[in-house]
Design a protein around this ligand. Structure first.
Ligand SMILES: [Zn+2]
Length: 272
């Protein structure tokens, strides 16, 4: 499970998630350290599992330990993780996405309910507005979303990112967060996998696409992979491998987005 998968899972568990469960996952600590998920308090009570009667017991904090008092077996200590619940830190997630896409017109609070405007990116055909809505899988989700969007200025293109579900909508394109960004373990921010222009079907401001600041370095890598006979056949697979190689070779440079590497792979292969 990737860090983004894990984040989406925590977002879609609308109820509070337990830290003990997610602590088993490899990327949990990264999400936690970067502030994308946060603790939101300990449970007030638990079911006692230590004695023969089924009873609830109030959690207490005594002598630096969490636990509860069971009438039969006395004080039972409980690991903090087992009773700590988690929630996604939505303002941090939304601002992280806005940074990754270079958005303008950001909004730091929800539009309404659980719908957020991440911000806008320009295109030749007018602005693309990116929104986040946790889940888009049924009519109720669609109603909540459209009620929230009716409060916002309508732009030429709209893209809704979700943690789960991509119900088709007549007025917007929908995409899953896991298909659009990733959260590499060695980086502190989201990196972009899919360009909002492509998701929205919007023309690019700068035809030909990606900025060329990576061109020379990427072409060197592409050429060396051909020379070493390690270039992969699939364009996406090769772009990922090239991007990984870029990150290993230039750990202190910002990595190009996967969509720009794909662009260079295509360009390189067509001999341009
Ligand atoms: Zn008990």
């Amino acid at each position: 499970m990737s860090a983004i998968d894990l984040l989406c899972e925590i977002i879609t568990l609308k109820a509070k998630a337990s830290a003990a469960f997610f602590n088993q996952q490899q990327d949990f600590q990264a999400l936690f350290r970067k502030g994308l998920i946060r603790e939101c308090g300990v449970a007030q009570s638990v079911n006692c599992l230590e004695c023969d009667t089924t009873h609830d017991a109030e959690i207490v904090h005594e002598a630096g330990r969490y636990g509860y008092h069971c009438p039969d077996v006395g004080f039972v200590s409980v690991e903090r993780d087992e009773i700590m619940s988690l929630q996604p830190n939505m303002p941090r997630i939304v601002s992280g996405l806005a940074d990754a896409f270079g958005c303008r017109r950001r909004k730091s609070t929800p539009l309404q309910g659980s719908t957020w405007r991440i911000g806008t990116v320009p295109s030749e055909g007018g602005d693309i507005t990116l929104y986040f809505h946790p889940c888009l899988s049924d009519e109720q989700d669609a109603l909540e979303l459209s009620a929230a969007l009716s409060r916002d200025v309508r732009t030429a293109f709209r893209v809704i990112l979700t943690a789960a579900g991509t119900l088709p909508l007549p007025y917007a394109k929908t995409a899953l967060l896991i298909d659009v960004v990733e959260f590499p373990a060695d980086r502190s921010e989201f990196s972009v996998l899919a360009d909002p222009h492509d998701i929205a079907g919007a023309p690019r401001r700068n035809p030909g696409g990606a900025p060329n600041r990576f061109q020379d370095l990427l072409v060197q890598i592409l050429q060396s992979r051909v020379n070493d006979c390690i270039a992969l056949k699939g364009r996406n697979a090769e772009a990922k491998a090239v991007r990984d190689q870029f990150c290993r070779l230039y750990p202190d440079k910002a990595a190009p987005s996967l969509s720009s590497v794909q662009y260079y792979v295509t360009k390189f292969r067509s001999g341009q």
